[in-house]
Design a protein around this ligand. Structure first.
Ligand code: MOS
Length: 763
C-alpha cells in the first residue's frame, strides 16, 4: 500500500529514506482554479459589485515629518458626486484606537500601528491623511485632486546609512534573549581575530517592494451598526477578523473577512494596514459599502516593503577551508511607530559548522512607513551577505565554493544543538552541480567566454524554518462520493486549493475532480496566515486528519452492517476505487451508495484540527534550498543576462509537483529581481521614492527570465508533520540573489556588494 509513509513514525531519516516512499504518488495536476483565474471569473477583493457602493480615494502627505496645519476641503466637498471628505478633523472615533503607546500590538509587528485619521501628525511621506468618498471612482479621484493641505514641516530622517549610529536593539530582543533579534554568541569571542584566513565585507540590500499584480484593495460593508463584512486582500482571514473586531470593539463573529482569491501578495497581506481602516471608517460615515483600491504608487508607501538593510560580515577560516568564526551584524530600517524585525541573521547561526559565531541585529527607526515581511523575509537578506561571503572566502583560499561549503556541512543544528528532522542538502549539491554544468566553471574569474560574453557560474544556499501552526478542516462526503472541504486559509497564489485536493485524493483515492476545497473566508474553520511557508505543513495535516476521520466513519458503518473484514480495519487500509470502498490486502469491498443507503444517510461529515507536536522540541526543522546560476556579462556594457538557473530544494514531500515547480520558478524570478533590478530609490531631500511604478521599479519580465530548472529531493519529513512537507514559498527565493552575484563575480572578477547589480557597477 503506497500510503504507508503517511503514518507518523517515531524514528528518524532512515525510515524516510526507505524505498516505500514512491515519488510517483503525487502527480502533476493542473490548478483546480486555473480556469477561473485565466478567464477572469475568479473574484478579487475589489470585484464584488455591492449595491449602493461608494468609492474612496486616499490623499497622502507631501512631507515625511511634521504636522498638518490645515485642510481645505471646500472645493472637494462641492465637487459632483462627493459624499464625504474624511480626515482627522471629522473622522468618527475608532473605539479601538488608544492614546499613544497603549495600543495593543498587532501580531506581525511590535508597537503602535498607524492610526489613520487619528491626529495631525505626519510620520512618513505619503501617509494617508484624507479620504475622499464619492459615488464613482472618477468623482472620488477628482475630489481628491481638489483637497488643499498645508503642513508644518519638521526635519525628517529617511537615510539608513546616514543615521546608522541611531540603530538599536529591538524590543523583541530585550524581551526574549533567544529571539532571532537578540545578540548571539557561541564559541570563542575573539576567534575571528586569530583565524589564519580573515575576510570582512559590508553588504547592502536596497528597499524592495512586493508589487504583486493585484493592487491592495478592500470593500468595507457595515451590514448593521456592529456587523462588518470586508472583502479584503489579505493573507489571513482570521487575523483580519480578529484585528477589526478589536479595532471596532465588536464581537469577532460580527466581523467577516472574505479573501477567496488573492492576486499575489508576497507578504504585504500579513498585516492590516491604514487603508483598510480608512475604508471601514468611510463606510461607517457615508453609510454605504465603500471600495478602496490603492494606486500602484501607494503600493510603495502604504502596505510595507522589504527594509533596506546594511550588513557587515567577518569570516575566519583555516587555509584548508574549515570555518573558524563568523561574525555577522545587520541594521534594518523600520518606522518610527512600529518595530519591524525579521530573521536576517538566523541562517548564519545554523547553516555551517563554524565553532564560533556571533550575530548582532539592530533596527533603525526612520520617517518611513512600517516594513513587512517580503518573500523569504530576513533570510533572503541575510543569505545575500552570508552566501556572498562564503563565495569570497572560497575564492580567497582557492577552493571550489561547493567544496568549501561541504567542508563545513552540519550534520546537526549547531545553533539549537538538536538533530535535524531531515536534511538532504548533499543531494542538492550533487544534482545542482550536474544540472548547471558546474564542471565548466573555472576557479579563476573571467576565464570562460561565449563569443564576446563573459560566462560565470555561482551558487547560493537558503533555508527557512519548517513552520507549522494549528489548522482545522471541515470535510463532507456525499453518497455520490463528492468530497467538499472548508478552511479559512487564504491562497495568495501558490495553489493551496490544488495542493489540498491532491492530499485528500491521495489519502482517500477519490479522484481529484470530485474534491473541492473552499478557502479564504473567516467563517470557515480556523487557520493561520498564509505566510512563512507554513500552509501545506499546517493545513495539509488537517486535511489528512479529516480524510482519515471520514474513513473511520465509513469503516465503522461497514463493520456495523456485518462486514466483518472491516471490523479491525484502519483508515490507511481503506481506499476508494471509483465508487467502491476497498480494503487493502483483503477482498472485502462495499460501495459508498450501499453503505449510505443501509444507514439511511445522505452524507457524512467531520471537523478536525491538527497541531504541531512535541517533535518540535526534539528536532530542528528546516527546509533547505540551493540555487545555481549561469550568467553572461557583457564586458563593455556591463549587461548581465541570466542564462540558466537551477533550483534544488529539500522541502519534504512535494504534494503538488506542478504548482510546487511554479512556486520555485516564481521565487527564482523574484531572486533575479533582487539581484539585478529591484530598487526603491529614495530622494532623501523629500523622503520620497523616485521609483514608484513598474516603469521605474523594475521587476523581471519574460525576457529577463531564463530556463529555470527545478529539482526536488522530495523525501518526506514525517517528524515535521504527517504530510511530510517542510514548506517551499520562502526557500524558493532565499539564496538566488547571491547565486547570481557569485556568478557575476565568477564571470568578471568584480564583486558587487550592494544590490541590485546594475551595469554601472560592472563597468
Ligand atoms: Mo510570506 S513573506 O510569508 O508572504
Amino acid at each position: 500500500m503506497p500510503l504507508a509513509w503517511y503514518s507518523p513514525q517515531p524514528e528518524r531519516q532512515e525510515i524516510m529514506n526507505e524505498a516505500f516512499f514512491d515519488k510517483k504518488e503525487y502527480k502533476p495536476l493542473d490548478r483546480v482554479d486555473g480556469r477561473l483565474k485565466v478567464t477572469g471569473a475568479a473574484k478579487y477583493s475589489a470585484e464584488y459589485p455591492l449595491p449602493n457602493m461608494a468609492f474612496a480615494v486616499l490623499v497622502g502627505s507631501r512631507i515625511a515629518k511634521g504636522t498638518i496645519k490645515s485642510i481645505d476641503s471646500k472645493a472637494a466637498e462641492r465637487a459632483p458626486g462627493v459624499l464625504a471628505v474624511i480626515s482627522h478633523l471629522n473622522a468618527i472615533k475608532v473605539p479601538g484606537y488608544q492614546p499613544k503607546g497603549e495600543h495593543p500590538s498587532e501580531p506581525s509587528t511590535n508597537g503602535q500601528p498607524l492610526r489613520v485619521f487619528f491626529d495631525n501628525k505626519i510620520v512618513s511621506n505619503d501617509q494617508p491623511i484624507v479620504a475622499v468618498v464619492a459615488t464613482s471612482l472618477e468623482k472620488a479621484q477628482f475630489g481628491a485632486s481638489l483637497v488643499k493641505i498645508q503642513y508644518t514641516k519638521e526635519q525628517h530622517k529617511t537615510d539608513l546609512e546616514a543615521n546608522a549610529g541611531d540603530a538599536k536593539l529591538a524590543a523583541s530582543a530585550k524581551k526574549n534573549p533567544k529571539s532571532p533579534t537578540a545578540d548571539y554568541e557561541r564559541g570563542q569571542k575573539d576567534a575571528f581575530e586569530s583565524a589564519p584566513v580573515k575576510f570582512e565585507a559590508e553588504y547592502v540590500l536596497p528597499t524592495e517592494v512586493h508589487n504583486p499584480m493585484e493592487l491592495q484593495s478592500i470593500i468595507a460593508h457595515w451590514e448593521a451598526d456592529n456587523k462588518l463584512t470586508v472583502y479584503d486582500k489579505v493573507q489571513g482571514t482570521k487575523m483580519t477578523q480578529k484585528n477589526f473586531a478589536k479595532e471596532w470593539n465588536i464581537p469577532e463573529e460580527n466581523v467577516k473577512c472574505i479573501a477567496t482569491f488573492v492576486g499575489g501578495a508576497f507578504g504585504n497581506g500579513l498585516h492590516n494596514w491604514p487603508h483598510e481602516t480608512a475604508a471601514i471608517i468611510a463606510a461607517k460615515q457615508v453609510k454605504r459599502p465603500v471600495k478602496l483600491v490603492l494606486t500602484r504608487e501607494q503600493m510603495f508607501t502604504m502596505v510595507g516593503y522589504r527594509p533596506r538593510t546594511w550588513q557587515k560580515i567577518q569570516v575566519g577560516a583555516t587555509k584548508e577551508g574549515k570555518l573558524v568564526a563568523i561574525n555577522h551584524q545587520s541594521i534594518g530600517q523600520t518606522s518610527s511607530y512600529e518595530e519591524f524585525t525579521e530573521s536576517t541573521l538566523m541562517q548564519t547561526r545554523m547553516m555551517y559548522a563554524s565553532p564560533s559565531v556571533s550575530t548582532r541585529y539592530r533596527i533603525l527607526p526612520l520617517n518611513l512607513a512600517t516594513p513587512i515581511w517580503m518573500r523569504g523575509p530576513g533570510e533572503a537578506t541575510g543569505a545575500f551577505a552570508l552566501e556572498s561571503a562564503m563565495d569570497e572566502v572560497a575564492h580567497a583560499i582557492g577552493m571550489d565554493p561547493i567544496d568549501f561549503r561541504l567542508a563545513n556541512y552540519t550534520e546537526s543544528d549547531p545553533d539549537k544543538n538538536m538533530p535535524w528532522s531531515t536534511k538532504y542538502m548533499r543531494e542538492c549539491y550533487e544534482e545542482g552541480k550536474k544540472r548547471i554544468g558546474w564542471e565548466n566553471r573555472k576557479l579563476k574569474p573571467g576565464e570562460v567566454r561565449d563569443g564576446e560574453w563573459l560566462v560565470g557560474y555561482g551558487m547560493g544556499t537558503g533555508t527557512f524554518g519548517a513552520n507549522r501552526n494549528s489548522a482545522t478542516v471541515h470535510a463532507e462526503l456525499d453518497k455520490e462520493g463528492n468530497l467538499v472541504m472548508h478552511c479559512a486559509i487564504t491562497d495568495i497564489g501558490p495553489g493551496t486549493g490544488t495542493a489540498m485536493v491532491q492530499i485528500a485524493s491521495n489519502t482517500t483515492g477519490i479522484p481529484t475532480d470530485k474534491i473541492t476545497f473552499h478557502l479564504g473566508n473567516s467563517e470557515f474553520p480556523n487557520a493561520g496566515l498564509q505566510g512563512g511557508s507554513s500552509t501545506v505543513n499546517s493545513v495539509g495535516p488537517a486535511v489528512l486528519a479529516a480524510c482519515n476521520a471520514l474513513k473511520e466513519q465509513l469503516i465503522t458503518m461497514a463493520a456495523a452492517k456485518g462486514n466483518s473484514a472491516f471490523t479491525s480495519a484502519k483508515p490507511d487500509d481503506l481506499m476508494f476505487d471509483k465508487s467502491e470502498l476497498q480494503l487493502a490486502g483483503k477482498s472485502a469491498k462495499t460501495t459508498l451508495a450501499d453503505l449510505f443507503k443501509q444507514n439511511n444517510i445522505e452524507k457524512i461529515e467531520t471537523t478536525n484540527e491538527s497541531k504541531p507536536d512535541e517533535n518540535r522540541n526534539k528536532y530542528s526543522m528546516n527546509a533547505f534550498s540551493m540555487h545555481f546560476a549561469m550568467v553572461h556579462v557583457h564586458p563593455f556594457t556591463g549587461q548581465v543576462r541570466v542564462k540558466k538557473i537551477v533550483c534544488c530544494a529539500d522541502a519534504g514531500t512535494i504534494v503538488s509537483p506542478k504548482t510546487a515547480e511554479s512556486q520555485m520558478i516564481g521565487g527564482a524570478t523574484g531572486g533575479i529581481g533582487m539581484a539585478l533590478t529591484e530598487d526603491a530609490v529614495m530622494d532623501h531631500r523629500f523622503g520620497r521614492y523616485v521609483t514608484k511604478d513598474l516603469g521605474d521599479y523594475h521587476v523581471p519580465v519574460h525576457a529577463d527570465v531564463p530556463d529555470i530548472d527545478v529539482y526536488f529531493v522530495n523525501k518526506p519529513d514525517l517528524l515535521a508533520d504527517p504530510v511530510g512537507s517542510k514548506g517551499l514559498g520562502e526557500i524558493a527565493i532565499i539564496g538566488v540573489a547571491p547565486a547570481i552575484a557569485n556568478a557575476v563575480f565568477n564571470a568578471t572578477g568584480k564583486r558587487v556588494r550592494e544590490l541590485p547589480i546594475t551595469p554601472d557597477k560592472l563597468i
